[in-house]
Design a binder for this molecule. Structure first.
Ligand SMILES: Cc1cc2nc3c(=O)[nH]c(=O)nc-3n(C[C@H](O)[C@H](O)[C@H](O)COP(=O)(O)OP(=O)(O)OC[C@H]3O[C@@H](n4cnc5c(N)ncnc54)[C@H](O)[C@@H]3O)c2cc1C
Length: 288
């Protein structure tokens, strides 16, 4: 299997900046995210504090960033990373049913704003899942609930409908899955995930819906769920001034590494994270 030098997770200003620096320094880079980059870029009406681009609109900044990636030859791999496992001298990244490998990882996933639902943490792995592609097969012939927060949720619900008996879909954004006889759309606010040893139902403001699993499909996963063993401080990954985390070879930058939430700070930290990852790669080469 091809092992990348550096895998960068996230296509906001932090991840893009990290990928550009790594590529300029001739590293074999994998950039994971979306060609649409980040909703936090495209939704900004006008940005006045990005150096060199006064009064730029979010969509124009996105266009410039995409152009910069194209200019240095970084491709975006449009996949959501489900988990990152430290394997000692490399990392395994779970992407759907596939595993990819990288010697170092830069986490630039932005910050997760959503508060976990009651029961979400308690039942994680016992009827709560963040990845339909990874866990869908476990619920063959059963009823599952999907909380569709992310842009890909509607598509993931379609995938699930081919495996499970019934999908009850709770739209949390404007996207709806294509009509299928076994997908029921329910517009109620989810309140809690309930069960005994495993999940039995999703509680909403209007009552309870029986289900064997609740797929919580957000744009970003809480960092300690994404990377088992990483040290966090609330919603943030703890980093030092060089963007190093407590795990050797793992770096974090941008909003996920703490406040202030600003484009230029995210881009600057992305640059530092890439340079630190390069220093790390050089140091392990010397050890061999
Ligand atoms: C409406 C709005 C206006 C703003 N205006 C300003 C402003 O004027 N000036 C300013 O400085 N800041 C502004 N900000 C703040 C700024 O948007 C953020 O600080 C900045 O986008 C953070 O960049 P980031 O790269 O850390 O994360 P993000 O921009 O959040 O990007 C993270 C990316 O990673 C992707 N991702 C997450 N998890 C995964 C995964 N598991 N696998 C693959 N991809 C993943 C996400 O989908 C997202 O695309 C604004 C924010 C908003 C919402």
């Amino acid at each position: 299997m091809n092992r990348y030098d550096i895998a960068v997770i996230g296509t906001g200003p932090a991840g893009i900046s990290a990928a550009i620096t790594a590529k300029i320094r001739n590293k074999n880079v994998l950039l994971l995210g979306s060609r649409d980059l980040s909703a936090k870029i495209s939704k900004a009406h006008r940005i006045d504090n990005y150096v060199g681009l006064p009064a730029v609109s979010g969509s124009e900044l996105a266009e410039r960033l995409r152009g910069h990636l194209d200019n240095v030859g970084v491709n975006i791999t449009e996949r959501q990373v489900g988990a990152v496992y430290s394997m000692g001298d490399y990392f395994a990244l779970q992407i759907g049913e596939e595993m990819l490998e990288a010697t170092s990882v830069i986490v630039a996933t932005g910050v997760v704003q959503a508060k976990a639902l009651e029961g979400e943490e308690k039942f994680l792995g016992r009827g709560v899942s963040y990845c339909a592609t990874c866990d869908g097969r476990l619920y063959k012939g059963k009823t599952v609930a999907v909380l569709g927060y992310s842009a890909e949720s509607a598509e993931e619900a379609l995938y699930l409908s081919e495996i499970v008996d019934t999908v009850i879909y709770f739209p949390m954004n404007d996207e709806l899955p294509e009509e299928r006889s076994n997908i029921k759309i329910i517009r109620e606010k989810p309140l809690a995930i309930v069960g005994d040893n495993t999940v039995t139902a999703l509680k909403t403001e209007a009552g309870e819906h029986k289900t064997s699993c609740v797929f919580v499909l957000r744009d970003a996963i809480m960092p300690d769920k994404l990377i088992p063993g990483v040290e966090t401080d609330g919603a943030h990954i703890k980093v030092d001034i060089n963007m190093k985390t407590n795990i050797n070879g793992l770096f974090a930058c941008g909003d996920i590494a703490g406040k202030p939430y600003q484009y230029i700070k995210a881009a600057g930290q992305g640059n530092i994270a890439a340079l630190s990852a390069i220093t790390y790669l050089n140091s392990i080469k010397k050890e061999v």
